[in-house]
Design a protein around this ligand. Structure first.
Ligand SMILES: [Zn+2]
Length: 110
């Protein structure tokens, strides 16, 4: 058993586990039902474990791609501001409905 992911809440842990199961990788969620006895730890701290250590590297790669995909989706759905007319637009629009300007992908260099 190897820990592959620490989730922020039970829902995320089960989402990750479900994704891995769908890829043929057996996983287990731990901590989802904790209510007490963990001292300072938040009760909703959940971890996902890989049952077969041999599958860990594969699971890790798949999971990274999966989480990045979700992240890209979330970012893609973010509203944006038209660079030409300053209209605020919903994330699903690729062009400004007001002036027809194309959406410019933000590139951020931290
Ligand atoms: Zn515009």
């Amino acid at each position: 058993m190897k820990k592959i992911h620490t989730a922020r809440h039970a829902l995320e842990a089960h989402l990750v586990q479900g994704f891995l199961e769908a890829q043929g990788i057996g996983g287990e969620v731990r901590g989802a039902h904790l209510t007490s006895g963990w001292g300072e730890l938040p009760v909703d701290l959940c971890t996902v474990w890989i049952k077969d250590d041999a599958q860990f590297d594969q699971a890790d790669r798949l999971l990274v791609a999966f989480l990045q995909g979700r992240l890209a989706q979330e970012l893609g759905a973010k509203s944006w501001q038209c660079p030409d007319c300053d209209e605020m637009l919903e994330g699903q629009f690729a062009e400004c409905w007001n002036c027809g300007a194309r959406r410019v992908q933000e590139t951020r260099n931290p």
